[in-house]
Design a binder for this molecule. Structure first.
Ligand SMILES: [Zn+2]
Length: 474
């Protein structure tokens, strides 16, 4: 069975589900728009990066060699403004939040990206691309900077399905020097006392869209396989990238497969820094392990919007703990020479679960289907270990390799670790305390709270259940 034979991907560019075929043999070049590093990343970012980490891992598992880049936007007005509020240098601020971002990613077991290039390291490529666009007549110089003339690129609007009339009047980056309201900046002139660079078009900073094409054309060339990002980046960001790259190189399509992840909402409203309704990745990781967070994200089909709630995280945490238990109990079985009664049923169930998992992943990364098969396998293992304490070597190899394959692709950590054991024990104690409270045994419940507190574990009773924070004590 070749897992990759049937991979199909919904392509935003063609609005169709298509069989995935890389441009060159077994090599896949993939780029996902990374964070603008001026604050802590929130769960909406976790959704995008956990999903594409899983995409890259599935491609690798399927036999492809994947070169996966996530860029770091370290040049941006938001960074400059935040830095001036804090009295810090913009790049110093950007480095700090970049480090927090990478830490968050590693804690979420997001390990697939090969490179996190910074926009500020690509000024040379940005200059070359702006020169190229000017010399080909796609861009023009004004006193306030260089703009791309969207009327010169006839495919502008195709990715997002917007009509040219609509785009002409769609006002972005208001500036009386622009030819069309929808033109976007390649270079923006800024005052000398602000962070920036000297350029042939005046002192200033690059536009956001040109950062991405500077990075991808340098590393991937004029054309590559997969470009991913959040759905709200389709317009104007991804349209602008296509306009820049295709005008410059003449190669179409710039990107073969465009993949977009739906919004993460809170009570139906987009989670965002500007709206202030966000929960950071750090907040979530204080209470849940990475397995719980990844299952919470991946239990939703990536193209649909998903709503954030602590209740859904609680239920993902319970699911994670069933999978972790299955992995642990499987390892605790004694290995014997001959097949054990009931083992055939377990391996059959495992094979079927694996087939279902592969089918889900190949069907445009339908991770809810993949997860249901992971849970199916976990229950089969838990049922088996309830009845049996032994298994044959062959059975052990088969079942554990299928479980480990799923864990690898979904980015779950199933090896034992003390941190998780501690979390599981706390969860157990919290559950017992909830029973005591429901029986109105307040003195015992309070004693548990006090004893935990003396160990540095602080309980918080909320209307939706008890949460805890481990205060670091050294
Ligand atoms: Zn981008």
């Amino acid at each position: 069975m070749t897992a990759f034979a049937g991979l199909q991907i919904y392509n935003t560019r063609t609005r169709k589900i298509e069989v995935f075929k890389p441009l060159t043999g077994k090599r896949v070049f993939m780029f996902v728009c990374g964070p603008t590093v001026y604050d802590f990343s929130h769960v909406g970012h976790a959704r995008v990066f956990i999903f594409f980490d899983t995409v890259a891992k599935w491609l690798k598992f399927s036999g492809y060699s994947v070169f996966y880049i996530v860029n770091i936007t370290d040049v941006d007005d938001k960074i400059v403004n935040r830095a001036s509020e804090e009295g810090a240098h913009p790049l110093e601020l950007a480095r700090r939040y970049e480090r927090y971002f990478i830490e968050d990613m590693l804690r979420l077991n997001v390990t697939a990206p090969n490179l996190y290039p910074r926009a500020s390291d690509y000024l040379k490529e940005i200059f070359e691309q702006i020169e190229g666009l000017l010399s080909k007549g796609y861009a023009y110089v004004t006193p306030s900077g260089v703009y791309f003339d969207i009327t010169k690129f006839e495919d502008y609007g195709k990715l997002s399905g917007r009509r040219p009339e609509e785009l002409r009047v769609h006002r972005i980056e208001p500036d009386p020097n622009k030819r069309n309201p929808g033109d976007f900046a390649l270079w923006r002139v800024r005052p000398q006392n602000e962070f920036g660079w000297e350029s042939p078009w005046g002192y200033g900073r690059p536009g956001w869209h040109i950062e991405d094409t500077a990075i991808t054309i340098k590393h991937f060339g004029a054309q590559y396989d997969i470009h991913g990002g959040a759905v709200e980046l389709i317009f104007p960001h991804h349209e602008a990238e296509i306009a820049q790259a295709e005008s410059l190189t003449g190669v179409k399509p710039f990107v073969n497969y465009w993949m977009h992840v739906g919004l993460l909402t809170v009570d139906g409203v987009k989670m965002s820094k500007s709206l202030g309704n966000y929960v950071t990745i750090r907040d979530v990781l204080k209470r849940y392990n990475s397995n719980a967070v990844r299952l919470f994200i991946l239990q939703n089909y990536y193209r649909r919007p998903m709503d954030f709630s602590w209740e859904a995280l609680d239920s993902a945490a319970r699911a994670a703990s069933r999978v972790e238990t299955a992995a642990l109990r499987l390892k605790q079985l004694d290995i014997v020479d001959s097949k054990v009664e009931g083992e055939a049923a377990l391996t059959k169930e495992a094979e079927e679960a694996w087939d279902g998992f592969v089918e889900g992943m190949n069907n445009d990364f339908n991770t809810p289907v993949a997860l249901s098969n992971l849970y199916r396998l976990s229950s089969a293992i838990n049922d088996y270990t309830n009845r049996e304490s032994r298994i044959s070597l062959e059975g052990m190899n088969r079942v554990s390799s299928l479980l480990n394959n799923m864990a690898y692709v979904l980015g779950l950590r199933l090896e034992e670790d003390e941190g998780r054991l501690a979390q599981d024990l706390i969860r157990l104690i919290v559950d017992v305390r909830a029973v005591l409270r429901s029986r109105k045994l307040w003195d015992l419940a309070d004693r548990i709270r006090e004893e935990l507190k003396s160990l540095g574990i602080e309980l918080q009773d909320t209307p939706t259940g008890t949460r805890w924070i481990i205060r670091n004590k050294k």
